[in-house]
Design a protein around this ligand. Structure first.
Ligand SMILES: Nc1ncnc2c1ncn2[C@@H]1O[C@H](COP(=O)(O)OP(=O)(O)OP(=O)(O)O)[C@@H](O)[C@H]1O
Ligand SMILES: [Mg+2]
Length: 113
């Protein structure tokens, strides 16, 4: 099992959500976050203007999925969340040790969906 953690532009989320539903991904956690990447939160560059580091609003989407679904999900994220400009976001993939559905005690892959 893996956790796919995507930091995306907030305005791309509705589109991503409906595409994920189409392929049967229903379990997810969404947070409003703030962050910056290699531009340090700068949205434009003007000669002679001093910038401070800024934090831009982003949405973090976390999905724990079976490993075999990771590639498909990453492709969906890329195709729905790319505007081909800086700040489109990033995907992090983390190992997951176990999942337990609290109600039933099911574990592992049975507890994911
Ligand atoms: N190394 C990182 N660790 C944790 N969060 C990150 C990291 N890089 C980016 N993020 C998060 O992702 C958001 C979007 O990052 P962003 O798309 O600007 O990445 P980037 O590396 O600057 O790429 P680009 O040049 O395409 O903008 C950031 O606001 C931040 O929340
Ligand atoms: Mg950036």
């Amino acid at each position: 099992m893996k956790k796919v953690e995507a930091i995306i532009r907030p305005e791309q989320f509705p589109n991503l959500r409906s595409k994920l539903e189409e392929v049967g991904i229903n379990g997810l956690t969404v947070s409003e976050v703030a962050g910056c990447g290699q531009q340090g939160g700068k949205q434009g560059v003007f000669r002679g203007t001093a910038y401070e580091i800024r934090l831009l609003p982003k949405v973090k989407v976390e999905m724990v999925v079976e490993e075999e679904h990771v590639d498909e999900i990453c492709k969906i994220i890329q195709s729905t969340c790319s505007t081909n400009t800086v700040g489109d976001g990033k995907i992090f993939i983390l190992p997951i040790e176990n999942v337990i559905r609290i109600r039933t005690g099911e574990t592992g892959n049975e507890a994911i969906l």
